[in-house]
Design a protein around this ligand. Structure first.
Ligand code: AMP
Length: 544
């Protein structure tokens, strides 16, 4: 067998600790600002964060955390969580961010599955931790992420105070060099069916993901930006923003637990935020606050919205009324999460605003590093014509190969089946039609719930909309529209259904409308169609 001629360049593993070292060396005075759980604003620099992360790495070593050991967190976006991101992964241990919005039994299940040896928590979650501790035998140390003055009055074995623990250590610490394929982080999927599944990212995969995610056609991040990730650090690494911001030297602002419109707006304005990222419900909350109080945003320029489909009406309002460009993105826990990002191409610049908008409402195209294909029920590739829709499969540098402790690979011929259904056009833009289990199957044909929700959200009286399939004796399933009205708005069933005929095929029009005061949400801020279907399973459609 012939052997390639090896290049003669320096060989250094791609390790996440290098990102923070770079930020310290070249952006040392750039600020990291956090709204804290204890109250008030904490402010320091990348140089400070790097120093404290080295102290924390020593602290972890002192309590016996070694290579590959899992350190769990139940925490909001804040500077201590950021220090853990680097100290844990940088020292060769595995950062395991647990979603505190899950049910306590699920939280305990996940901690046990991951076999976390240390669990660090924000004060908000002290009662949760106290309740689950007896069920988590692998956890040897519990760390309250606060100072001595705010220590919670809870009974836990081996409870440490984060500030005492870190401040007792020296900052003399050399980040170890090890195999870049080593695991850095562990996140669990939301798991709407069965138990959640762990996705174990490697330093290499996360580093390549971060570099590809910062480029102009994706997050477009630079040292002139001030970035506020609303997406939680417990949800797929806050879409890698805590890695990308130090890489480019952007100012970083953490919102803590206050994710309502008023708190976010205040922080955007006081810190001069230029770029932010989050799920649609967060932006709907912000928009309602801006509209109700006749406010403007003065520095915010760009937002990425993903996690679930972004209603076009929301994108349009932000751009036209507030001058904020919304970029639609799609991804999943199994993809670290970046799958696609929406930016126009050069050839699109000469199109009309309306034509451009039609492209921008799609989920976007893959950055270098991700490949997409859609297939029919027999696994045959479908054309990239923007019309044919099928099961979406992905492949790439930062996509799961197998689940944590999983004995069977989920891949099909080297491709990961996403469980999403969509179309691809000739330029590679993806449009998600549905999660495959949410597609409405009517008379053997498929109806996209997302398309119908987008039409409903364009009605001025609609705050939120969800469409589910309900049983129909003749058609198998028919669409039912479930709506939360905007406060103070009057809209009835017939007025709402009247907007559909011009926008979708006649047989797609929902058979009925139900008004509710709120929609059930998942732990990651998405509308839970599973629970909605359960709630409305006895709904009788008109004429049935
Ligand atoms: P998670 O692993 O919790 O991040 O969930 C991933 C799933 O969220 C995907 O498989 C999609 O079903 C959904 N999703 C993420 N982004 C979008 C988007 N922009 N539009 C529609 N669905 C999305």
């Amino acid at each position: 067998m012939s052997v390639p001629l090896l290049g003669q360049m320096m060989d250094a593993p791609l390790l996440l600790s290098a990102l923070l070292t770079h930020a310290k060396d070249y952006h040392g005075d750039t600020e990291v600002v956090s709204r804290t759980v204890e109250g008030g604003i904490h402010r320091y620099t990348y140089a400070d964060a790097a120093q404290r992360s080295r102290q924390l790495a020593n602290a972890l070593k002192r309590i016996g955390v070694g290579m590959g050991d899992r350190v769990g967190t139940l925490a909001w976006n804040g500077y201590r969580h950021f220090e853990l991101y680097y100290a844990v992964s940088g020292s060769g241990a595995v950062m395991h961010t647990v979603n505190p919005r899950l049910f306590p039994e699920q939280v305990a299940w996940i901690i046990n599955d991951a076999e976390d040896s240390v669990l660090c928590f924000d004060l908000t979650f002290a009662p949760l931790v106290e309740a689950i501790a007896p069920k988590c035998p692998t956890v040897k140390h519990w760390v309250a992420m606060t100072d001595r003055a705010h220590m919670p009055a809870i009974k836990l074995p081996n409870l440490l105070c984060y500030e005492d623990w870190v401040e007792a250590e020296s900052d003399e610490y050399e980040w170890p060099q090890f195999d870049e394929k080593a695991a850095c982080t562990l996140c669990y999927t939301s798991g709407t069916t069965g138990n959640p599944k762990g996705v174990l990212y490697s330093h290499r995969s996360m580093m390549i993901h971060t570099m590809s995610g910062a480029v102009p056609d994706v997050f477009n991040l630079s040292a002139r930006d001030c970035v506020l990730p609303v997406v939680p650090m417990f949800h797929v690494n806050a879409w890698a923003v805590p890695y990308a911001a130090p890489m480019v030297g952007a100012k970083l602002v953490f919102p803590g637990a206050a994710l309502d419109g008023a708190s976010l707006h205040e922080l955007f304005e006081s810190e001069g935020v230029t770029f932010s990222a989050g799920v649609p419900t967060v932006w709907q909350g912000l928009l309602q606050h801006l509209q109700a109080n006749k406010l403007k945003v003065s520095t915010l320029k760009r937002c990425v919205i993903g996690g679930s489909a972004c209603p076009p009406a929301l994108m349009k309002t932000f751009e036209q009324d507030y001058g904020v460009k919304i970029h639609h993105a799609w991804g999943m826990t199994e993809m670290s999460p970046l799958g696609t990002f929406n930016q126009l191409k050069n050839k699109h610049l000469k199109l009309s605003a309306e034509q451009q908008f039609a492209i921008e409402t799609k989920q976007g195209r893959p950055p270098f590093g991700v490949q997409l294909k859609i297939v029919d029920a027999d696994g045959r590739s479908l054309p990239r014509d923007g019309h044919a829709f099928g099961d979406l499969l992905v492949k790439g540098y930062w996509i799961v190969d197998r689940y944590f402790k999983g004995d069977k690979s989920p891949l099909q011929d080297g491709w990961f089946p996403t469980g999403d259904v969509g179309t691809l056009d000739s330029d590679g833009y993806l449009q998600i039609t549905d999660r495959s289990k949410d597609v409405i199957k009517s008379g053997g044909e498929w109806i996209s719930s997302i398309d119908l929700e987008n039409v409903a959200c364009a009605h001025p009286g609609v705050a939120q909309a969800a469409v589910i399939g309900v049983h129909h004796p003749k058609w198998d399933e028919r669409p039912l529209l479930v709506v939360v009205k905007k406060p103070g708005e009057e809209v009835d069933r017939d007025a709402l259904l009247a907007i559909f005929p011009d926008r979708v095929a006649k047989w797609w029009i929902p058979d009925d409308v139900v008004f509710v005061s709120e929609l059930p949400m998942t732990a990651t801020g998405k509308i839970s169609k599973l629970r909605l279907r359960e709630q409305l399973k006895d709904h009788r459609l008109p004429g049935v």
